[in-house]
Design a protein around this ligand. Sequence first.
Ligand code: SF4
Length: 207
Amino acid sequence: MLGARLVNISALQHFAFCQRQCALIHLEQVWQENFLTAHGRQLHERVDNGEPETRKGVRYERGVVVSAPQLGLTGKLDLLEHHKASYQYIPVEYKRGKPKVNDIDKVQLCAQALCIEEMLAIEVKLGTLWYWQTRKRIEIELDTNLRMQTKDLIAQVQQLFINGRTPSPTIGKHCKACSLSEICQPELTHHDASNRYIQALFNTEGE
Ligand code: SF4
């Protein structure tokens, strides 16, 4: 991935939620806040702004910026723990809700771990997810399957960025929770024949 545009780790969550939302945010630089995103942002700001500290042999670094050009990723970690005795680095990601039925939170955490591995040339075996709603800390093993899932999603987002086209809306329950629904207007754009006409024009360009 050297030389290609770096994918922000947050784009993985956006892509899994809705490919159109991912393109609107990361290709078209559109953003609009709703209650859910505002709450999430406040939680991350509280976590990210803490000072680094060391307690009982563990160094806690907050708001750690990472960049991994070979992997094609960049982003910011909520918290990175360095357990000095075992020389283990453990990324910790804070979430406002509760554990999801899908693996996307684990994938995001794994992407953070892969960045640390590339930057420090070490192996990161574990990560931690902390859920605000349930006040639960869950340890995640970064196994081969999760690593493959993560790299596959990174490749899909990278391809979206290379294509440079915003996909059509996919209307579903997720639209109700989407902060961009007013801008996206899925009901209108979904049925709008001119939208499909314009997309068809671009799709046939260069064929
Ligand atoms: S409103 Fe629906 S289709 Fe549009 S960006 Fe949001 S989730 Fe995607």
